[in-house]
Structures are given as structure tokens and as C-alpha cells.
Design a protein around this ligand. Structure first.
Ligand code: CTP
Length: 396
């Protein structure tokens, strides 16, 4: 899996740097090409000579020396992936804020390849809110974070903050390259979030959908190599993966037009909470209050899932969502048939912490053939992975 892959490792000043020679040896053994950058501080923890010998390449530290300039732009372009391991608190804060005072951070800032980091720090530093905030900033910039492990730390204390072991880092990289190929060349369409149905210039009918589930699915499809078009209603969340192209819309009609314009998808996952009804007439002026009651007549919107189901061609995989409060299984199956979907994800509102707005979800998948798959309460990110795993089974 790693044969011929170009891996750029950034080593920073942390005791866990002693694990990097082993990592390099494992990668080279698998046939990867490895180049290494070190921060000046990391040289106290691991030697340049060891790393250049094992990687079979010169190790770079400085942006400039007496007669040359290290081409950080070309390094970032050379690599298939940049792995910063171990990632110290100091380099983390520089990466998060774009403080380019060494070759490693300059390369990170100009890297066009995906970037993965493996943090390593003592538990108190790991738990500090600034660490969490900086990691969040990195993730917003599409950086993948390898979780720290629990165990003995440099301080002698036992806790969270250990860098993942070299074997785990290799497994993470293998997984990274494997999943990137799974949906390569496929086009995915995702709808997400609520729709806002205009009543007058200042009012609308909306719902509480946060868009988190749909965005997590769009990110997951992109992580597996698909080119993703995400038609999104008004939400605060943002896509993390670069391969997700977001088209923002407001009303159900606009979402229908935007989604059906991409009917050449290979995979479509419709998670949006589209309004079923919209005002028959939109007032051009703000509606003034009067003494009597106000009646707004509503008309039905077009069903995007049903329309895509009608137009579905062989080989296309269409997935819808269902949110039911009663006769859940019967209604989900009915939706599968009526909308000609290949899979329906039933959201349960029965469990605390699941559903709208939150970070968790409890789902059951229904397919045209075979038994439903039921899951426990899990993060929306994990649910997105489960959904894409099932989609992969439908595409083979
Ligand atoms: N959907 C859609 N376009 C609509 C309405 C719904 O694409 N105008 C999609 C949703 O994104 C979701 C699925 O259809 O994938 C939900 O089906 P729907 O019949 O709307 O379910 P409920 O809202 O639960 O409706 P009801 O129970 O009232 O039938």
C-alpha cells in the first residue's frame, strides 16, 4: 500500500522524536520514499545523521543556509502526504496561527498535499484549552489529527498525550492511502441542512436541522476519494475536506434545482431537512400586523429524493433519510419503495442525545434486500463512516 508513496515527515522538539527512526525504517521497508524536515529544537531529541541515513535523503532544517534556500514550496508539492510527528505544542501553535519562522512551518503553509499530525505532549498540556483550540484550527484547515494514546509520559506521569507508536502511524498512513482510493473517480451529491421558505422579505419558515450529519457524510465521501457536490441550506458548519464543493441555497425550490442539476452522480445522499410546504405567495413587503389572525396558505414543495429516484439510472446509488416518531420500521421501508432509494437511514428521535443539532446520532439502515442494520448511539462522524461503508457495499 505504501510502495512508491512520497511521505514528507516533519519532526518537532518532543521526546517522542526517538520513535521517528523506527517509523522511517518501517516506511522504507514498505517501499515508500521518505524525506524529512526537522525543527531546530528537534535536533536535541534525534540526530539528523540517523534520519538522513535511514531515509536515504538529506534532512533539512533551515530555510536558508550560507549558500542556498530550501525550496519549501516544491517539498510540499513533491509529497503525497506530509506527516508532522511528533507534533509539539509549540509547532502546533505556529501551524495554527501561520507563524512561519522555520522550514517545517513554511512547508506546511505551502503544502498542497494532505497534512496529518501526530501530537505528543504531557497530559496537562494536552488538556489545556489552547491545545484543543489550536487543533480545532488545524482541523478547520483540513489537517487530520492522529489521536494521542494513553500511557507513560515523559514526565513520568501516566495519562493521555503519548504519540501513537510507529506501527500505529504506519497503519494510519496505510489506511489513509487505502480509503483515498475507494471512491476515486466517483461523483457524489449530498444535500444538507434546513431550507428557509420565505414568507416576506424578513420572515421565513425553517427548521432546526444543523447540517452536521450531511457535512460529515460529504467529508467522509471526499476522504474516500469522491468528488463531492454539497447542496447546503443555511447552516453554520463548514466542510473540512478540500474535495467538497459547497453550493449554498435557501429555499426548497432552489435546493431542488441545484440538486437535480447534478443528476449525473454516482452516489447521492440526501440528508437535508427540506420543507414539505412553502408559502403559496411571498409578500413583496413586510407583512404588517393587524387585529385579526394571519393565515398563510402553503403549497407542497417538490420532493428531491423522489424525483432523483424516478430518474435513477443503473449503477447510481441513492440514499435518503427518514425521521420517524412512530411505526419507524414500516415507514422507513415504505419510503425506500416509494422514493426508489437504495438505502434509507432511519434517524431515531427516541434516544436522548441523538438527532437534530447534537453531535451524536442513532440510526438503522434499510436496504431493498436483506436485513436492516441497527447501530447504537455514535458520533455523527462515525455514523458518516458507517453510511459510506454500506454505500461501498452497494456500489460493488
Ligand atoms: N426529501 C427531499 N425533498 C423534499 C423532502 C424530503 O429530498 N422535498 C428527502 C430528505 O432529504 C430525506 C427524505 O426525503 O432524505 C425524507 O423523506 P420525507 O418523506 O420528507 O420524510 P419526512 O420528512 O419524515 O416526511 P413524512 O414523514 O411527512 O412523509
Amino acid at each position: 500500500m505504501l510502495k512508491g508513496k512520497k511521505i514528507l515527515i516533519g519532526v518537532t522538539g518532543s521526546i517522542a522524536a526517538y520513535k521517528i527512526p523506527i517509523l522511517v525504517r518501517l516506511l522504507i521497508r514498505q517501499g515508500a520514499e521518505v524525506k524529512i524536515l526537522m525543527t531546530p529544537a528537534s535536533a536535541d531529541f534525534v540526530s539528523r545523521l540517523t534520519l538522513s541515513t535511514l531515509s536515504k535523503n538529506p534532512v533539512l532544517t533551515e530555510l536558508f543556509d550560507d549558500e542556498s534556500w530550501a525550496n519549501h514550496v516544491m517539498l510540499g508539492r513533491w509529497a503525497d502526504v506530509m506527516l508532522v510527528a511528533p507534533l509539539s505544542c509549540n509547532t502546533l501553535s505556529k501551524m495554527a496561527t501561520g507563524r512561519s519562522d522555520n522550514l517545517l512551518v513554511a512547508t506546511y503553509l505551502s503544502a498542497t498535499c494532505p497534512v496529518i499530525v501526530a501530537p505528543a505532549m504531557d497530559e496537562d498540556m494536552w488538556l489545556h484549552h489552547s491545545t484543543a483550540e489550536n487543533l480545532e484550527l488545524l482541523q478547520k484547515n483540513h489537517v487530520t489529527v492522529i489521536p494521542v494514546e494513553h500511557g507513560e509520559l515523559a514526565s513520568g506521569l501516566v495519562g493521555d498525550g503519548r504519540m501513537a507508536e510507529p506501527e500505529s502511524l504506519v497503519a494510519f498512513l496505510e489506511d489513509f492511502f487505502r480509503v483515498k482510493e475507494q471512491l476515486k473517480g466517483k461523483k457524489a451529491l449530498v444535500t444538507a441542512g434546513p431550507t428557509y421558505e420565505q414568507i416576506d422579505p424578513v420572515r421565513f419558515i425553517g427548521n432546526h436541522s444543523s447540517g452536521k450529519m450531511g457535512y460529515a457524510i460529504a467529508d467522509e465521501l471526499a476522504r474516500r476519494g469522491a468528488e463531492v457536490v454539497l447542496i447546503s441550506g443555511p447552516v453554520l458548519v463548514k466542510a473540512k475536506e478540500q474535495r467538497v464543493r459547497v453550493e449554498k441555497v435557501e429555499g426548497a425550490a432552489a435546493m431542488h434545482a441545484a440538486a437535480t442539476a447534478h443528476s449525473d452522480y454516482d452516489i447521492a445522499v440526501l440528508t437535508a431537512a427540506v420543507a414539505d410546504y412553502t408559502p403559496e405567495e411571498v409578500s413583496g413587503q413586510k407583512i404588517k400586523k393587524t387585529d385579526g389572525e394571519l393565515i398563510i396558505r402553503l403549497k407542497k414543495t417538490k420532493d428531491i429524493l423522489a424525483d432523483l429516484g424516478r430518474q435513477k439510472k443503473a449503477g447510481q446509488v441513492l440514499v435518503g433519510f427518514a425521521l420517524e416518531t412512530e411505526n419507524e420500521h414500516v415507514n422507513a421501508r415504505k419510503k425506500l419503495e416509494e422514493k426508489n432509494a437504495d438505502m434509507i437511514v432511519l434517524n431515531s428521535l427516541q434516544d436522548e442525545g441523538a438527532g437534530f443539532g447534537g453531535d451524536n446520532n442513532k440510526v438503522t439502515f434499510f436496504f431493498r434486500e436483506g436485513q436492516p442494520k441497527e447501530f447504537g448511539l455514535r458520533s455523527k462522524k462515525q455514523v458518516a463512516r458507517d453510511i459510506v461503508d454500506s454505500i461501498l457495499e452497494l456500489t460493488v
